[in-house]
Every structure is written in structure tokens, then in C-alpha cells.
Design a binder for this molecule. Structure first.
Ligand code: UGA
Length: 429
């Protein structure tokens, strides 16, 4: 790797910011990372990684010399022309995206004719135009603006950075867009060079489409339950059609995370704000909400009342290989189970450290075995590899009841049943 590559700044050191910074450092760029969180920056300076993401700690350690962490924007502005913005855009009460962190960064920008803002955060369509208007009113229209949406998945973010399906660069055709294209060129990914609004929409529409696929297969699963078909077989048969594709056709207890729920709601609101009623997305959201709640009825079918029953959740994170609990299905399950009077016990290999922040009244076990012992029912919520390798004979021996609810269709029903347990999946006979 040469060090002649363009130095860059990355503002915001969350999942997207850190992975982008580390990935660019691996490509040979000097990267100046900035965050307002003093504690987080201190930890990063000490070499501690504040999030769990496969391969990230190693990537940062290997490229430590090219990664600089500070709470001060000054050095980043001195060293870099391209200022990547990767701050959070959480949903507001109304479902619109909260852009206050984005605009705080914009406010902090200097008057400059040689810097560019490169937007990585997921923002509503029209945000780039609004930012350019804001910059103009502050006499900062010399700053260039590029939309470069991120498609990383938590849990495989490092691999996704290294081998993206596409790189999207939205701008008005100036030097900054050219520089961003050059930055990603070594990855040899298909490039979509487009205007800012289209780039913003590509991101929202991609997440909304994937969420739609999940809600669609979840509804098919629910119909399978009524008709005796097996949704896993149905998805396999559908997915081989190249026009449909096999990915994101795994039925389960609904999608969660910091992206899909937020981005689907944001696109729905965005459409509504411009006078368009995006009916399909309403259904996608509603199906997802109900899918989480169907778990309770399934448990009641086997156990009758849940009052005083001990229900064990295997997995709390919104998906495996992450410690992220934001909008996780586990949060809804815990609330509903507690409301039904159940005693909830849970185990997650990684997310347990964060669970106190999100959950109360849940017994957090130190191992899957400890969580399972004495359970009336076990619910697989997150398909961590260690749960798929459980010895179900042993599980059956320590459980008080017999019910195993596979919320991700990730277990082998034959093995569970052979152990004398009652298997219940999602859309599986
Ligand atoms: C998602 C997108 O996949 C990324 O491309 C995007 O960059 C990211 O959002 C973002 O906007 O930042 P992520 O939220 O990390 O990534 O996770 P996914 O792997 O997409 O899974 C999302 C949820 O869908 C999980 O709860 C997962 O369990 C669920 N899911 C996924 C299903 O229920 N079924 C499936 O077939 C696939």
C-alpha cells in the first residue's frame, strides 16, 4: 500500500464510521476520525474498540498507524479535503429521521473552497439539497457535497467494505465526486455515479425493498402454517428464480436493527410529507410488528397461560455476530412475555453487556445451558452459531417443559423432536 492516497476525515465513529475509516486505512489512506464522544475517542486512542464487529479490531490494529482519533475537527480539516459524515440519524417520534447530528456537523464546517462533505449517514431524499441551501445561507457554498450511501451489514461489515456489491456516488459532477470514486476504485466494485437525490433514494429504496422481501416471506410463512406447506421449501424454490433471488427470504420473528425499521419508516414519512401515501410500506411495517407478537400466541398454544411460566430467550441481538440491540425483536418479546406474567430468562453470547441498557426484569444467564435449565419453553430469537450446535438431548434433560420455538427456522426439527421436545418453527409444519 502506498501512502500517496488521499487523506480523509471520518466524522462519527459508530459502526459505519469506524468500519469506513478502518477500511480506507487498509487501502492506504491516512484517516482522521472525529467524534464528540470524549470517552469513545479516549478508548479508540488506547486501541479499544467500542463495538463488537467481526474483524474490526484486527483491521484497526493492523492499520493503527494510519488511523488518528480526536474530538477536535481542526486537525482533520488541516489534513483532509474529503470529510465523510457518518453520524446517527435515529427516528423521531413521528418516524421522520432526526437530522440534528448531521446539521451539527454542517454547522461546524468552515468557510472553504477546498473541502467536500461526503454523506455516509442514511438521510431522507432532499437532505443534500437542504444542506447545500444551509451552506449557501452561511456563506459556505464553496464546500462541495457528495452523497455516498453505505450498504454495510452489521456482523459482516468489514467483508462488505472490502467487497461491495456497488459503490454509489451522487454529486453534481465536480472534483469531490471524482475523488470519492478514486478512493473506492481499488475495490473494483460496480460504480453508480448519479445525482445527489437519486443516490439518497437508492439507499432508502434498497433497505425498504429488502424489508419488503422479509415481510413478504413472513406472510407466506403464516399462510404456510394454515395450509401445511413448509416456508423453507417454498423460499428455496422461489429463490432459485434469478428474478427473485434467494437472499432475504428467511422467514422468522421479524426484522430489527438500527436500519430497516428506521429507514422503512423514514421512507414512508418522506413519501407522506410530499403527499404520497406509500401503502406497501405500511403493510411491511405492520406485518413486521405482528410477526413478533405471534410468538406469544404460539407459546400459549403449547403452554396455556404464561403466568409464572419460565421462558428462555436464546439471543437478544437483532441478528447474530453483533452486540446491537436496537429495535431487536427480543425487546418486544420480553415486554409481551412480561405483560403475560411470564418469568423471562435470556442468554446472548455478546449482547448481554448491553442488555441492561434496554431490558429490565430479565434474568441474564451466563451461558445457554444456564438459561435453558428449568425453562418451560425455549425461544431461539437470534441464530448465533453456538445455539445451532446445542446438544438437544442435554437440553431436553435440563428443561422443565418441552417447547422449543425456533424463531429463525435455523434448527433441525427432526433432531429436536428426536430429543423428545416439541418443535415449533415459523411457517414449518
Ligand atoms: C441492513 C442492510 O442489509 C445493509 O445493506 C445496510 O447498509 C444497513 O441495513 C444499513 O442501512 O446500515 P443490517 O441492519 O446490518 O443491514 O442487517 P441485515 O443483515 O440486513 O438484517 C436486518 C434484519 O433483517 C435482521 O433482524 C435480520 O434477522 C432480518 N432478516 C434478514 C430476516 O428476518 N430474514 C432475512 O432473510 C434476512
Amino acid at each position: 500500500m502506498t501512502t500517496s492516497r488521499e487523506p480523509v476525515a471520518v466524522i462519527g465513529t459508530g459502526y459505519v464510521g469506524l468500519v469506513t475509516a478502518a477500511g480506507l486505512a487498509e487501502l492506504g489512506n491516512e484517516v482522521w476520525c472525529v467524534d464528540i464522544d470524549v470517552d469513545k475517542i479516549a478508548r479508540l486512542q488506547r486501541g479499544e474498540i467500542p463495538i463488537y464487529e467481526d474483524g474490526l479490531a484486527d483491521l484497526i490494529a493492523t492499520n493503527r498507524d494510519r488511523l488518528h482519533f480526536s474530538t477536535d475537527l481542526g486537525p482533520a480539516l488541516d489534513k483532509a479535503r474529503l470529510l465523510f459524515v457518518a453520524v446517527g440519524t435515529p427516528p423521531t417520534q413521528s418516524g421522520d429521521a432526526d437530522l440534528s447530528a448531521v446539521f451539527a456537523v454542517i454547522d461546524a464546517m468552515p468557510i472553504s473552497g477546498s473541502h467536500a462533505i461526503v454523506m455516509k449517514s442514511t438521510v431522507p431524499v432532499g437532505t443534500g439539497a437542504a444542506i447545500k441551501r444551509e451552506l449557501a445561507t452561511k456563506g459556505k457554498s464553496g464546500l462541495a457535497y457528495v452523497s455516498c450511501p453505505e450498504f454495510l451489514r452489521e456482523g459482516s461489515a468489514v467483508a462488505d467494505f472490502r467487497a461491495p456489491d456497488r459503490v454509489v456516488v451522487g454529486d453534481d459532477g465536480g472534483w469531490a465526486g471524482d475523488s470519492v470514486v478514486a478512493l473506492y476504485a481499488p475495490l473494483n466494485a460496480p460504480l453508480v455515479r448519479t445525482d445527489v437525490a437519486s443516490a439518497e433514494m437508492i439507499k432508502l429504496a434498497s433497505n425498504a425493498f429488502l424489508a419488503t422481501k422479509i415481510s413478504f416471506i413472513n406472510e407466506i410463512a403464516n399462510v404456510c402454517e394454515e395450509t401445511g406447506a413448509d416456508v423453507s421449501e417454498v423460499a428455496r424454490g422461489m429463490g432459485l428464480d434469478g428474478r427473485i433471488g434467494a437472499s432475504f427470504l428467511r422467514a422468522g420473528v421479524g426484522f430489527g436493527g438500527s436500519c430497516f425499521p428506521k429507514d422503512v419508516a423514514a421512507l414512508k414519512q418522506l413519501a407522506g410529507n410530499s403527499g404520497y401515501h406509500f401503502q406497501l410500506l405500511n403493510a411491511v411495517i405492520e406485518v413486521n410488528d405482528l410477526q413478533k407478537r405471534r410468538v406469544i400466541a404460539k407459546l400459549q398454544k403449547h403452554l396455556g397461560t404464561l403466568v409464572g411460566k419460565r421462558i428462555t430467550l436464546l439471543g437478544l441481538a437483532f441478528k447474530p455476530d453483533t452486540d446491537d440491540l436496537r429495535e431487536a425483536t427480543s425487546l418486544v418479546l420480553v415486554a409481551r412475555l412480561q405483560a403475560e406474567g411470564a418469568a423471562v430468562c435470556a442468554y446472548d453470547p455478546v449482547a448481554e453487556d448491553r442488555s441492561g441498557q434496554y431490558l429490565s426484569g430479565v434474568t441474564i444467564a451466563a451461558s445457554a445451558q444456564e438459561a435453558i435449565a428449568g425453562a418451560d419453553a425455549v425461544v431461539l430469537v437470534t441464530e448465533w452459531a453456538e445455539f445451532l450446535a446445542l446438544d438437544w438431548e442435554q437440553v431436553a434433560a435440563t428443561m422443565a417443559g418441552r417447547v422449543v420455538l425456533d424463531g429463525r427456522n435455523a434448527l433441525d426439527p427432526a433432531i429436536i423432536r428426536a430429543a423428545g421436545l416439541a418443535y415449533e418453527g415459523i411457517g414449518r409444519p
